[in-house]
Design a protein around this ligand. Structure first.
Ligand SMILES: C[S@@+](CC[C@H](N)C(=O)[O-])C[C@H]1O[C@@H](n2cnc3c(N)ncnc32)[C@H](O)[C@@H]1O
Length: 622
């Protein structure tokens, strides 16, 4: 069916209103598009196969003097001190019909490549400069590792997965067909996309649901097949969600979903932080309006509520304007009307009018606790976030009221300090306060023997909180406890070592200095187990335990630190040569691993750490 004929039909079509006619229509149009697409595909594939069977005639290129190349070595270049490393090469340019057009000679330098070793199988590593959150690998097995190696236990490894990628009946054509059907139903039959979705007849949901992207979102992530039956204009874009652009709350939700909620990061589509980014639940008013109004000392502009406490003409706001005000009020109810006014582009006396109308001050402010609640008990401050191996950082808390059992505070439940990126008031008693170390006159501040509270709590200094040590400015700072976040890494070289590849220093370091951050993918235990089988078979593991639930694996993504070898008490040679140690630090709310020098080390030395007593026993027992 052509676009013109569809448009013609459109004029005659009336939008069905009852459920059963909508169902019937969706079924009919879907079947129609499916039939059209299938007919087109058969023809298209036949045409394609036929075109492959044609022997294409490439232009005949003469092969001069039996040489198979168009480059001819014509002699060694003279006059250069490295004469024997340069050769002269004649380059012949041929015309379309294969006759030589011109010949010129150029000199090339000869580089003698050493014999190249083939890359070891199943070893690839994406270079990264930040940890990546992976959680768990897909439940679908993408391919069979070591398929030609009988010593690998394929059955056991297969049991780690729920299905095989090659047996999945996912048909990308169905996405194209469903989109076309949805578009026709909307453009030609005037159905709402939501009504089409509600029928459940199309094989995919059009709109995203929590945790599951819908077809409209998916279609933006892939190149759709252009088939000649499509009526979707090239410039058309499907709605991404049931969110209206004119409603502030919807715009907030859309924007919120895009940026990382971790205020230490705030990157769009952040790959590191696992936190979901819910729109914060509405805050409750804690200051009476009468109190707030007393805080306004000067009129914000001519006509400020301070000058005329009652609006002469009752303001008539649109529904959108009222909703915008409600959204802003719920984010920050304890704000003076003049500030609310600036945010919604309305005069403050009008804001005050609507605020009184919509949110009359309650007798009891909503922060009041239920009767009989024992305040002291619910606010008890107990922390267990000092030991990384017994603790996993939680998402930043966001709730109304103080961080305690009544507010369902995540930090309270996890016995963690509230972080800078928590949404509780800055005065919250659970908040980590940072250290009070002063800048060192000479040498380094914030080190263990100076009793820095951050060092003792195994967290790096926080540039927002630890103001005195100056860790915010790496140029002038004397802080010895912010090296990971500042990325002060040493020059390293990766080359052959006694135990495969190793890492070597290119500059000298002093005891306590950070060499490099150990980077990788943050994974849960199930993935640690499934990847462990491959690592055991290779005889090389790249995993560090990070905290109670997460490990850091650099087998697939990492930096030079993944090649750091072991030498320690558990070393087969019995020698103890390690010169560095790996320490986990809580850095602005997340655990990261730094490799630190435990002695002064000269350039050229290999970086060695002690993997610990269980590493090699576990590998052997696997
Ligand atoms: C993190 S990787 C280190 C990089 C590794 N050498 C490579 O070539 O990829 C850890 C693996 O290196 C090897 N390795 C490191 N130190 C070793 C040592 N002292 N003795 C034996 N093998 C060692 C083991 O195979 C171990 O699983």
């Amino acid at each position: 069916m052509s676009l013109a004929s569809i448009m013609q039909t459109n004029e005659q079509t009336l939008r069905p209103s009852d459920d059963s006619s909508i169902h019937k229509l969706v079924q009919t149009v879907f079947a129609e598009v499916l039939a059209e697409f299938s007919a087109w595909k058969v023809k298209y594939c036949k045409h394609f196969i036929r075109s492959l069977s044609h022997v294409t005639q490439s232009p005949r290129v003469p092969i001069p003097d039996g040489d198979s190349t168009r480059l001819h070595i014509v002699g060694k270049a003279g006059g250069s001190p490295d004469g024997d490393k340069e050769i002269m090469v004649a380059v012949t340019d041929y015309s379309e019909d294969g006759t030589p057009r011109s010949t010129s000679s150029i000199s090339l330098q000869v580089v003698h490549a050493e014999l190249l070793e083939p890359h070891r199988s199943y070893e690839y590593c994406t270079p990264i400069s930040r940890n990546i959150f992976r959680g768990d690998d897909d439940d679908m097995m993408p391919f069979i590792p070591f398929a030609d190696d009988p010593t690998f236990d394929h059955i056991d490894h297969t049991l780690c997965y729920g299905s095989f990628a090659w047996q999945d009946d996912y048909d990308p054509d169905l996405e194209v067909i469903s989109l076309e059907a949805a578009y026709r139903l909307h453009a030609v039959h005037s159905l709402l996309y939501q009504d089409i979705d509600n029928t459940g007849i199309l094989p995919f949901k059009l709109f995203s649901t929590p945790g599951k992207p819908g077809l409209f979102t998916l279609s933006r992530r892939r190149d759709l097949l252009r088939w000649n039956g499509t009526t979707i204009p090239c410039s058309y874009s499907f709605p991404s969600a049931l969110l209206s652009h004119s409603i502030l709350q919807h715009r907030l939700e859309r924007t919120n979903a895009l940026f990382c909620p971790n205020l230490n990061c705030v990157e769009p589509l952040c790959p590191v932080h696992v936190e979901m980014n819910p729109v914060p639940s509405p805050r409750k008013q804690t200051i009476r309006l009468s109190e707030l109004l007393k805080r306004v000392k000067h009129p914000c502009e001519a006509g400020c509520f301070l000058q005329s406490m009652t609006a002469e003409v009752l303001p008539r706001w649109s529904e959108d304007a009222i909703n915008s005000f409600k959204s802003i009020y719920h984010i920050e109810p304890d704000m003076i009307p003049c500030d609310h006014a600036e945010l919604i582009f309305k005069p403050c006396h009008e804001v005050l009018y609507y605020r009184r109308l919509l949110y009359p001050d309650l007798d009891e402010l909503q922060t009041a606790r239920p009767n009989g609640e024992h305040k002291g008990k619910s606010r008890s401050l107990e922390f267990r976030d000092v030991d990384p191996l017994k603790f996993t950082p939680n998402d930043p808390c966001h709730h109304s009221g103080p961080c305690d059992v009544l507010s369902d505070c995540l930090c309270f439940k996890n016995k963690a300090h509230c972080q800078r990126n928590c949404r509780c008031p800055t005065k919250c008693a659970r908040r980590w306060k940072g250290c009070r170390c002063a800048k060192a006159r000479d040498g380094v501040s914030c080190v263990k023997f100076k009793r820095c509270s951050c060092v003792e709590a195994r967290r790096e200094c926080d540039p927002e909180l630890c103001v005195k040590c100056g860790c915010r400015d790496p140029e002038t700072s004397t802080c010895g406890n912010s090296q990971i976040q500042q990325g002060r890494f040493k020059e390293l070289e990766v080359k052959e070592s006694r135990w495969g590849i190793g890492v070597f220093l290119l500059e000298s370091v002093t005891q306590g200095e950070l060499i490099v951050e150990y980077l990788g993918e943050l994974i849960y235990e199930l993935t640690f187990d499934s990847r462990g089988e491959v690592a055991d078979h290779l005889g090389r593991s790249y995993v560090f335990g990070l905290d109670k639930t997460l490990s850091l694996d650099s087998s697939r993504a990492g930096n030079a630190s993944r090649f750091i070898n072991h030498s320690g008490a558990s070393d087969a040679s019995g020698e103890t040569q390690y010169n560095c140690r790996a320490f986990a630090r809580l850095v602005n709310g997340e655990h990261r691993i730094g490799i630190f020098a435990i002695m002064n080390i000269d350039p050229g030395a290999e970086i060695l750490i002690d993997y610990g007593p269980v590493f090699f026993t576990e590998q052997k027992n696997a």
